[in-house]
Design a binder for this molecule. Structure first.
Ligand code: CP
Ligand code: NVA
Length: 331
């Protein structure tokens, strides 16, 4: 019997495979209940603080809509409109918010900040992305794979994550896939692999769950993949100056038609956590175009649009899975 009442949601390593699977099942149930038009409100009277020290579209909206649909109230705090960090310490802010709110979401920089918040708040804290981990994203990705796998469980699926694997996404894909017993491959330059302690932790989980872990700098490692997953090449908080070098390092790992052909799987599907640089529709992409002449970056426009259906299912699933996290902890 899984019970996550009152529990923080800080990183995948804090959960057992059974707990993680239970959240996925709950998310699917809540999604089906919403589709039936008979949604029950399990968070009526609850208040949730949403702290965003980095920008967001999906995560913020997912928390707000999920909370609202379950009857909870949210307050949004950004770095310029709160005292956090510059005028009041994280432990003090945690103790203030913990007196008023039933739960706190935090998106920001180092993982230690969300861990400190959790240590002092006295109420459940939810990680909406840090430099090291992006656990709510993983629930959405896995729910999406389940919905697009033709009935196969995660433990029978092969996921190849291609690109910057040393990021929050790389770490989280590795550990969450290990939890679910998947065949997971991180395909990246050696310099952009997860830290040794993250790999060791994932391998220890894999020894229990039967997951298969491959770290490779060779594109051959995508052979047989059911899903290819990528993310932007420079994450929030990384300096602008890094782009040129990162582009040069990661251009061979672009998700394009040639890479998909290497899977040998004509039904391979592509995931992207978004936002994506697949065209010149953003100011950052246009700046990079001026610098490099490139018009598409981690994923080609052609591959992105061919997989738009599953990629935007994945975006929608942020809401259903975050709802499950809130209901599990506070419902
Ligand atoms: N995928 C994701 O976390 O998107 P946002 O940065 O828009 O929240
Ligand atoms: N690695 C990206 C993920 C965005 C959802 C970042 O941290 O910016």
């Amino acid at each position: 019997m899984v019970d996550l009442q009152g529990r923080h949601f800080l990183k995948e390593l804090d959960f057992t495979p059974a707990e993680w699977r239970w959240l996925l099942t709950l998310a699917g149930d809540l999604k089906a209940e919403r589709a039936s038009g008979k949604q029950r409100q399990r968070l009526a009277g609850k208040s949730i603080a949403l702290i965003f020290e980095k920008t967001s579209t999906r995560t913020r909206c997912a928390f707000e809509v999920a909370a609202h649909e379950q009857g909870a109230f949210t307050t949004y705090l950004d770095p310029t409109s709160s005292q956090l960090g510059h005028k009041e310490s994280v432990p003090d802010t945690a103790r203030v918010l913990g007196r008023m709110f039933h739960g706190i979401e935090y998106r920001g920089f180092g993982q230690e900040r969300v861990e400190t918040l959790a240590a002092h708040a006295g109420v459940p804290v939810f990680n909406g992305l840090t430099d090291e981990w992006h656990p709510t994203q993983m629930l959405a990705d896995q729910l999406t794979m389940l919905e697009h796998s033709g009935g196969r469980p995660l433990s029978e699926l092969t996921l190849a994550y291609v690109g910057d694997a040393r990021s929050n996404e790389g770490n989280s894909v590795l550990v969450s896939s290990a939890l679910m017993g998947m065949d997971v491959r991180l395909v990246s330059p050696v310099s952009l692999r997860p830290a040794a302690d993250v790999v060791a932790a994932a391998e220890a989980i894999a020894a229990q769950t039967g997951a298969k872990i491959t770290l490779s700098d060779s594109l051959d490692a995508v052979a047989g993949a059911d899903f290819i997953y990528t993310d932007i090449w420079v994450s929030m908080g990384e300096p602008k100056e890094i782009w040129e070098q990162r582009l040069a390092e990661l251009l061979p790992y672009q998700v394009n038609a040639a890479l998909l052909a290497r899977t040998g799987n004509e039904h391979v599907q592509v995931l992207h956590c978004l936002p994506a640089f697949h065209d010149l529709g953003t100011s950052i992409a246009r700046d990079l175009h001026a610098l490099t002449g490139l018009t598409e970056f981690e994923i080609t426009h052609e591959v992105f649009e061919a997989n738009a259906n599953i990629i935007f299912d994945e975006a929608e699933n942020r809401m259903h899975t975050i709802k499950a996290v809130l209901v599990a902890a506070l419902g």
